[in-house]
Design a protein. Structure first.
Ligand code: SF4
Length: 479
């Protein structure tokens, strides 16, 4: 989500006449887009700001902007602690980036943190804003902001507000625009993507007959405007709709919540060719006691049921997850439950985290039940061993198979090799005698596999890249 916001901020600055640079020394504007989900986000921010202090002292005209969810949370505390920051803006202020910088040039330091409630849809989902996308053939698509859940460890509801879905018709139009621009892979983004549309359905149901036809179509999509006006649209409908936009070859999404993974979503994944056979399903813990303390809304058995359903419906499915070790109160027995679920699922990969408190969350208050750090580290090692075993097995199982690969470019480690990602989102390297443009789809036979990547041989190119290549513009100074 923050990367997507960063692309929008960069897009606005480029439209305002700026040119990206890799070096803080050359910059006129430095943006620190923070994420307080990360551990020690505040230490990292103030560390980075400390490093910029002398630069700002030497060149006072340089502007420093702090955005993102830490800014949303800490507001004016940031400028109290780092007086050399010119602009502090929240997660809902992205569309105001250049105005706030201009204001700070005239008036001095500015702090503006808007709440979702005061914004209209165009400001909440700044689709119309220019984007400086990192890659021309892939794009994030924010389908929802905020979260209605209250997981005890998570700060997101406090900094991103309640769930608000972007209207269905607008999303389909956005994806059509991206496809026309040459984008072939999209990743639908939200804090809890599979509850997408709940708020839209309520809106439609509560005032169905008051909507003009065109407005109904914008919110619910064309398909339901004239016929069945049931509680639509749902995430499954969105997957099918954006997945059938011409030119969109791959659809990914992140992150779903296990409790909201409905059979309709699994069916939509199975029946929509462009939706990748990859499910990222955050487990967090395999202990029912810990899951209840986290307020996750499912048990280990329910999680396993969803995995079985998905595997039965979707051929050759990769499953990845997030797991927290050492949540307050986690006993050895609880942890063994996590190991058992991880072993039973046989995840393709897992992001593993040792629990660390986020100030402002319920779990951060459970100080008396904090798990000893050394115990948590030891459990993490045991979990990693289980996960690495299944990851390696999953990668080795690809040997001899042919995978579709989206080429990302020349390998950083070996210029003789190209690098790409399979539909399972696995990294693969393969030699190629001819130049292949990033954004090209190819068939590659897997010849070897290790824990973190696979090797292969190019079989054939299936879809050439369609996007236009950006030619870097050199800044022209006086001759
Ligand atoms: S569902 Fe995800 S974003 Fe929402 S509170 Fe739980 S962990 Fe945080």
């Amino acid at each position: 989500m923050n990367e997507n916001d960063s692309e929008r901020i960069a897009g606005l600055l480029v439209e305002d006449g700026m040119v990206p640079t890799d070096s803080a020394e050359d910059a006129d504007v430095i943006v620190l887009n923070t994420c307080c989900i990360r551990e020690n986000a505040d230490n990292k921010l103030y560390g980075a700001l400390g490093n910029l202090k002398s630069l700002k002292a030497d060149r006072p005209e340089v502007q420093i902007l702090v955005g993102g969810c830490l800014a949303q949370k800490d507001k004016d505390l940031i400028q109290q602690r780092a007086g050399h920051v010119d602009v502090v803006m929240g997660t809902f202020n992205v569309h105001r980036t250049t105005e706030l910088l201009a204001q700070a040039r005239v008036e001095g330091p500015v702090m503006e943190v808007l709440e979702a409630a005061v914004l209209d849809e165009n400001e909440l989902f700044p689709t119309g804003l220019p984007t400086d996308r990192a890659v021309d053939y892939q794009s994030w698509v924010t389908i929802q902001v905020g979260c209605d859940n209250s997981c005890a460890f998570c700060i997101v509801p406090a900094v991103r507000g309640p769930e608000i879905s972007k209207p269905f018709g607008d999303l389909v139009a956005e994806v059509e625009g991206l496809a026309a621009d040459g984008v072939s892979e999209i990743t639908l983004l939200g804090q809890n993507v599979n509850s997408y549309g709940r708020d839209l359905a309520l809106r439609l149901r509560s005032a169905d007959h008051h909507f003009e036809e065109r407005e109904f179509e914008r919110i619910a999509g064309a398909e339901w405007t004239h016929g069945d006006r049931r509680a639509r649209p749902l995430f499954a409908d969105l997957l099918r709709a954006v997945g059938s936009v011409e030119g969109i070859h791959r659809v990914r999404y992140t992150s779903p919540h296990p409790k909201d993974l409905r059979p309709e979503i699994i069916a939509a994944m199975a029946e929509t060719d462009s939706v990748c056979e990859h499910l990222h399903l955050p487990l967090q813990s395999g202990s029912d006691t810990v899951l209840a303390a986290m307020h996750r809304g499912y048990t280990a058995e329910r999680f396993l049921d969803k995995v079985r359903l998905a595997r039965a419906a979707i051929d050759d499915l990769a499953i990845t997850s997030d797991i927290i070790v050492g949540f307050p109160g986690e006993t050895e027995q609880d942890f063994l439950g996590t190991l058992e679920v991880a072993a039973e699922v046989g995840f393709d990969a897992v992001y593993t985290f040792i629990y660390s408190p986020r100030p402002g969350t319920e779990a951060a208050e459970m100080v008396e039940s904090f798990v000893d750090h050394a115990v948590a580290v030891e459990r993490m090692e045991r979990l990693r061993a289980v996960v690495e075993r299944s990851s390696l097995r999953a990668n080795q199982a690809r040997i001899g198979r042919t995978d579709e690969v989206l080429v990302e470019g020349v390998s950083k480690r070996n210029p003789e090799m190209l690098t790409g990602r399979t539909r399972h989102n696995k990294l693969i390297h393969f030699p190629s005698s001819s130049k292949i443009r990033p954004g090209t789809y190819a068939k590659v036979e897997v010849t070897d596999a290790s824990l973190n990547h696979m090797l292969g041989e190019l079989i054939e190119i299936t879809h050439p890249a369609r996007h236009r290549t950006k030619i870097p513009v050199l800044a022209a100074g006086p001759q």
